[in-house]
Design a protein around this ligand. Structure first.
Ligand code: NAD
Length: 320
């Protein structure tokens, strides 16, 4: 049997290191076909493995030359252009029997439209939503969590798990189509609210004269415990390796949280799930994304956005 040909579209912060890890899965004779609208990223990626990488002219060519194609672009509009783009999109290629895996975090409506369009035109082709969690560090280390929109007994599950294993360490089939995206949006909605709640609670403590490092330890041993508190604490200096302690550099940009949080709120409306905190949480991320002091920084910058005291250490010293 000839070696499987792979494709990767979207070589950005996440896609680039994921595609580097996917190279390890190529068998003898296999190739990775890549495309990005940025020529700079394409030229750089070609240098990763000159014999194994083939740069293509568009999504159509990647689809024609590959058996399994991954896509990792920012938003629903980009996914639409990759799949529906006139003349150069995936759907303008003959894609019978091919497998597409979209790892982008987008709205479920767009994902379902792409899924249906592929299934209607090419019934033997497959399309999966497979968003990830773990950020650029997880992508580089090959330790991403994949939320796969299919059942445990899906016809392609073994092939998919084998490939995703090169890029991630946890792979969760989520029960059916578009439920991978549902899982991702629910996770980010929840962690976005926890970041706001932790910031507010820490702020109350600091303004009352309490050491936030001590407060964080108490949370860890009590009911306010969370990964946000323990590893990504929004207060500078509480977790030395967290973005908050590095002027909120690195991590998960506040604009991306705004996007995912907004998509979760939209999904809640679509499915009729009542939200008590959705609109106010979204307003926080929208406004923080527009705030010069917060934009492009890790989303836990909400502590700064709400006027949290970043100089708490000096003040504590003066008090004592
Ligand atoms: P990015 O902007 O760094 O990369 C996106 C890439 O897609 C860019 O290289 C861009 O040129 C390319 N692109 C855009 N439109 C294209 C098109 N029509 N055809 C081909 N290429 C196109 O974004 P990212 O941080 O890699 O995020 C990608 C997705 O992953 C987003 O949906 C994001 O929410 C999600 N995500 C990001 C992180 C993170 O920490 N950055 C973590 C988890 C999930």
């Amino acid at each position: 049997m000839p070696a499987k040909m792979f494709g990767f579209i979207g070589l950005g912060v996440m896609g680039y290191p994921m595609a580097v890890n996917l190279l390890k899965k190529l068998e003898d004779g296999g190739k990775l076909h890549v495309y990005d609208v940025s020529n700079h990223d394409l030229a750089k990626f070609k240098q990763e493995a000159l014999d194994l990488v083939m740069v293509c002219s568009g999504a159509r060519e990647v689809s024609e030359r590959s058996d399994i194609i991954f896509t990792m672009v920012p938003e629903g509009s980009h996914v639409r252009s990759v799949y529906f783009g006139e003349g150069n999109g995936v759907l303008s290629a003959a894609i019978d029997g091919k497998v597409f895996v979209d790892c982008s975090t987008i709205d479920t409506k767009t994902s379902i439209e792409v899924h249906d369009a592929i299934r209607n035109k090419y019934p033997t082709a497959s399309f999966y939503d497979a968003p990830v969690s773990g950020g650029s560090l997880g992508a580089a280390a090959g330790t991403l969590t994949f939320m796969l929109g299919c059942k445990e007994d899906d016809v392609n599950i073994l092939v998919l798990k084998d490939l995703l294993d090169s890029m991630g360490s946890s792979i969760f089939p989520c029960g059916g189509f578009s439920l991978g995206l549902t899982a991702k949006l629910c996770n980010n909605y929840c962690s976005g609210l926890i970041a706001i709640a932790t910031s507010e609670a820490m702020n109350i403590g600091i303004k009352s004269g309490m050491d936030p490092s001590l407060l964080s330890k108490i949370f860890t041993a009590s009911t306010a415990q969370s990964t946000i508190n323990d590893k990504w604490n929004p207060v500078p200096g509480v977790c030395p390796s967290a973005p908050a302690s590095k002027d909120y550099r690195g991590g998960f940009k506040v604009q991306l949280m705004k996007k995912d949080f907004g998509l979760a709120v939209q999904t809640a409306k679509r499915v009729g799930a009542r939200l008590c905190l959705g609109e106010s949480g979204l307003a926080v991320y929208e406004q923080a994304s527009e705030d010069e002091a917060c934009r492009d920084r890790d989303s836990r910058v909400v502590f700064r956005y709400m006027g949290g005291d970043e100089d708490w250490k000096e003040k504590l010293v003066h008090q004592s």
